[in-house]
Every structure is written in C-alpha cells, then in structure tokens.
Design a protein around this ligand. Sequence first.
Ligand code: PLP
Length: 443
Amino acid sequence: MTQSKHPETLALHAGHRADPTTGSVAVPIHATTAFQFNSTEHAANLFALKELGNIYTRLMNPTCDVLEKRMAAIEGGVAALAVTSGQAASAFAIQNIAKAGDNIVSSTDLYGGSFNLFKNVFKDIGIEVRFADPSDPENFRKLTDARTRAYYAETLPNPKLEIFPIAEVAAIGLEHGIPLIMDNTAAPIICKPIEHGAAIVVYSLTKWVGGHGNALGGMIIDSGNFDWEKFPQRQPALNTPDPSYHGAVWTQAVKGIGPVAYIIKARTTLLRDLGSALSPFNAFLILQGLETLTLRMRAHCENAVKVTEFLKKHPAVSRVIHPSIAEGKAKDRAQKYLKGARDTFMGGSLIGFELKDGVEAGKNFIDSLELAYHVANIGDARTLAIHPASTTHSQLTAKEQLLAGVTPGYVRLSIGIEHPDDIIADISQALDKASSGIVKKVA
Ligand code: PLP
C-alpha cells in the first residue's frame, strides 16, 4: 500500500497491490455472493465485529473494498462505503444519523434528485429538511434546533455553480456537534471537503469518478475527524444502544478498529437492511475510470475554461456561468476551494449559459448539437448538454426552479475531454442555427 498523498498515485495504487492468490495486477472482479468461513468461531467473530472480513456481498465485497479504500485515500478519509448510486449515498449518509422527528439543514443549491428526496421521501419518513440559502453561512445556524442532526450541501452545485462555503458552515456545525455532509460529485480531485472541515463526503460515482458513462455507483466517505462521542445528546444514533445490532453503542463498539463508528454503522445496519450494495462489476468499471481521474479532470477543466471564454464573447449569449469567471464573494470562494492536484485553480467542467432569445433558442440550440450528446447526465468524458427546466428540474415548481438557479432559457453543458476546438466548433454551429431558427430535426 502506497504512503503517497498524491491523488495521481493513490488513484492507481491505493487499496490494491497485486492479488495475493493470483498475482493479478488489475483489480479482480469478485463475482460471488458469499464467502467461505474458516470455522464456526471465525464466522461468529465476523458477525460480532470482533474480526473484520468478508461475509456476504450485500455487506462487503473485495472489488468494492478496493474502490472504497481508494476513494477514502484520495479524499483523506479513514473509510468508505460503496452503494448503488449517488442517490443511495445521499439517503444513507443522512439516515445513518437522523430518524423520524429529527431534522437536517440543507443548502438550497442542490441537484434536483436530492431536492426531491429531501422534500418528499424524507418528509414521508418523518425527517424534516430545512433549506438554507448558502450565500450566508449563518443561515445554517438560524435553522438549527435541538433535533438537527446534520448539515448537507454540494461543493459545486449545478446550475448556479457557486461554490459552497465549506469551512464556514463546518465551523458552525462543530460548535453544535453537527457534522457537515458534502456531496462532492462535481469536484473530485479539485476540492477535498475534508480538508476544509467536512465530516462526511458523498459521491455519485456515476459522473466524473467513473467518467465513462457506463456504470452507476455511489460512495460515502468518513473523514474519521468528527468526534461523535463528544455530543451524546446531539448524536443519539451513534451514542445509544442500537437494538438492530445487539444493543451496540457504535462509538464504543468499534473503538478497537478506529474512528469509524459512522461508516461501520452505515454498513452493518443500513446496507444490511435496505440493500443498495454496489455490484462488483460496476465497482470494476468505476475503478477503471478512477485510475485516470486526475488526468481527465485536468482536461475537463482546461476545456471548460476555453468554452467559457468562447461563450462570453458570443453575441447570441446573454450570460455565462463558470467558476473561472465568478465575481465578488463567489470568486473568493472559487479560488479558496477549487484547486487541482498541482494546487492550481481548476473550476470544474460544468458551464451554464443563457441565450438572448430565450426558451425557444435554448431548445433549438440543444436540437442542433452534433458532437455533444443531449442526455440527463454530467461528468462523462464526452461533452453533454441539457435544458434543465424541461428535464432534470421539471418536477420542481417554477419557484423552486428559480431558487435552484434554473431559468427558462438556461442551458447546461458538461464539457468533455474531446479536442477543445471540436467542442467549440459544435457549440458555434449550434448557436448559429439556434439564433437563425434553423433546427436540424433528429430522426
Ligand atoms: N449528486 C449530484 C450532484 C448529482 O448530479 C447526481 C446525479 O446527477 C446525484 C447526486 C445522484 O447520482 P446518481 O445518478 O448516481 O444516483
């Protein structure tokens, strides 16, 4: 196991050297549901958490284990849990510490799917989500009460693309014993939320980490830095006996293993009882992506800056949003939080822009693209585009859309790693057609 702290090296080596049985250098796909116990004593020890080891793939799997270790190493966490999707990661991260009657405070700037989860599903199961405008971190404090169990936000939320004040809100949380959970899906490598005080980091691995648009996956990473034991009233889930695991008090039960109470509880209760275990096949595909993530992020970010500069000068475009051209407080936050593996500013690869001619021009633009794909996804190696108001954010009311930064004519681009001249040429011809009203009808 490498001791390196460099993400380029960790992405290739952390969690796996060579397979001890076969010598396989590539991470093997362990396509098995169950694992043989050495003896009845061994089996009993595994179930009692006296020993850690493989039991059943719904709980753990060696292929997923490499992905978990690699992601934890890159983020600077102590342990991680792989799940089926980013949605499952967000849901589990919160349900692990909040139950009916509790609440969390979340940023208003969220992916539409997370907003739906919080507003509807969590409401149905009795977890209240209070929404705070992140432009002032103090809004989180204002919405906190005795039953607030967590703060939640996205590092680089689309479509506003304004960087979340991680350290500021984490500090407010620490005063109250409240962990900050950061969804870092859009900023792998370029932001490490744990370094800024986040307690838990969640990912949709489906996006940049996998990077090839071929597998869904999610990850929860435990920083190991949050002192759950210090706040027994605030964090009862980890400090009172858990009837679902022989009355285990998680902060005590795992003391011998390390500061991993949060993530062990998520695995041994939520994953055990609700499922959502990542398939080892998907873990393998995502590992392939992860190995080149640092290179791809650099290319994604460099291309996005070039496209931003092109769009800024285009006469058909009224507004462009990308962290590289943020101003005022948003600029300060972008410069503070977004840094690549070599410590230089990298603004991510999402771009938002508005066409002067509004909704119809926006739709015409999308229909005229030839290289970029029109899909409900982000973070693929290919360039992607979408009109959020009629797709990803369509289940939100008009007011909710505006709160999330989705105006009717807004177009979102996820810039890929093709040659930048080809991306710009495609956008340029689509803008020309959109503004002249000539739309190529897709068969
Ligand atoms: N978080 C963010 C920021 C996302 O953009 C998405 C999906 O687009 C998710 C979470 C959900 O991820 P998944 O589609 O893997 O469930």
